[in-house]
Structures are given as structure tokens and as C-alpha cells.
Design a binder for this molecule. Structure first.
Ligand code: E4P
Length: 215
């Protein structure tokens, strides 16, 4: 399973890219807004120069024509830009039209397997089920990944990638992989947490103490 970073923060992206683990980046309007005053096009192209993989840039129109117009514009910024559209019927129309122009789409805000099947049928490159937000409602978010994975596996015509989104902790990453996700997009903090273990720290301390005390 590939790892993407879910952020528009250039310092976080530069740091995680230096670890050699990043295969792509996802952004959304909230993440872009967090980076006060940045120019959308500039930040997306800067990310595309740092990470050699799909970079999701989200549309803000509610109608298909508007999404297609934005998508065509974003795709011209860099060949790795993936156009993010919501899981709505207008989003499906936009995916269908953009796919005809060879522009790849990430269908976001997916909360059930039927949406995921429809997105795949329309030609989505990526489907983004939001597991953390499902967990927040008291329902098991991971079952969404399992269901989509079963539905996609059953249909050899579907090549849409399952991207586990709204990841909240390292366990979500591992469970997503086991449930059949192709990609997990993670906040920087969760990638950092994934490499932390008290026994690793204690082991390092012990090794260094023994090294220093050798005869
Ligand atoms: C995915 O592409 C979204 O940007 C993201 O994972 C949303 O996660 P959140 O629920 O933490 O906002």
C-alpha cells in the first residue's frame, strides 16, 4: 500500500519526502486555507516539484460544468495533478467528461460502497472513503474500505484505486492495508507517530550506553 501525505504544508511535505516514503499528496480546500495567503496554483506546482506522484487538487464548483472547467485548468498546471471532485451526481458527470480528456480524478467525500461503485463506473482514478469521519459517527469506518475492496475485486473492469482518507492514527494505516486499500493519505503527525516506539528509544539508549562503556 502506498503512502500519501494529506497536507498543503510545504515544510511537512519536504520533510516526509526526505524519508523516502511518499508516493503522492492530497489537499482539500480546508488544508489549502490553513496555509494562510498561499496561491493555490503556486502551492500545487511547488508540491508537484517536491513529490513525484499524484497530487490531488480539489474543485469548489457544485455543478459539473464548473468542476470540468476547474479540472481542465488544474490539470494544465502539472502532469501529476489529479482533480478532486465530490461524491455527487454532478461529480460523476465531471469525472466522465474529464476522463474523456485523459484527466484523472479523485472522487472524494465517499461514505458508502455504492458511491464508490458509481465513481469507478464513471471512470474515477481514485476513490477516497473517509474512514475517520465515519468512525466519528459511531460506525466502523474500516468496514467501508472492506466493502469497497470486495465490490471492486469482484469486477475485473474496475481499476480505480482505493485511497483511505481521514486517517487519524497509525492503526488506521495498517488496518486500511489489511482491508484492501491501495493508498492511505495521512496527516504529517500520523506519519511521525508511526515511527515512534518507546522500545526503539530505550534500545537506542541502551546500545549507546553500552558502546560508551566498552573496555
Ligand atoms: C482526503 O483527501 C482528505 O483531504 C482528508 O483525508 C480529510 O480528512 P479529515 O477528516 O481529517 O479532514
Amino acid at each position: 500500500m502506498q503512502l500519501y501525505l494529506d497536507t498543503a504544508n510545504i515544510n511537512e511535505i519536504r520533510e516526509a519526502a526526505s524519508w523516502g516514503v511518499l508516493s503522492g499528496v492530497t489537499t482539500n480546500p480546508t488544508l489549502i486555507a490553513k496555509e494562510k495567503g498561499v496561491d493555490f496554483r503556486q502551492v500545487i506546482t511547488e508540491i508537484a516539484e517536491l513529490v513525484n506522484g499524484p497530487i490531488s487538487a480539489e474543485t469548489v464548483s457544485l455543478d459539473a460544468d464548473g468542476m470540468v472547467k476547474e479540472g481542465v485548468e488544474y490539470a494544465a498546471w502539472h502532469p501529476n495533478v489529479i482533480v478532486k471532485v465530490p461524491s455527487t451526481t454532478e461529480g460523476l458527470k465531471a469525472v466522465y467528461e474529464l476522463a474523456k480528456k485523459d484527466i484523472r480524478c479523485n472522487v472524494t467525500l465517499c461514505f458508502n460502497a455504492a458511491q464508490a461503485l458509481m465513481a469507478a463506473r464513471a471512470g474515477a482514478f481514485i476513490i477516497s472513503p473517509f474512514i475517520g469521519r465515519v468512525d466519528d459517527t459511531g460506525v466502523d469506518g474500516m468496514s467501508l474500505i472492506r466493502e469497497i475492496s470486495a465490490v471492486y475485486r469482484q469486477d475485473p473492469e474496475i481499476s480505480t484505486k482505493i485511497l483511505a482518507a481521514s486517517i487519524r492514527h497509525p492503526r488506521h494505516i495498517i488496518d486500511s492495508a489489511i482491508a484492501g486499500a491501495d493508498i492511505a493519505t495521512c496527516p504529517f503527525k500520523v506519519l511521525q507517530q508511526s515511527m515512534r516506539h518507546p522500545l526503539t528509544d530505550r534500545g537506542i539508549e541502551q546500545f549507546l550506553a553500552d558502546w560508551r562503556g566498552r573496555a
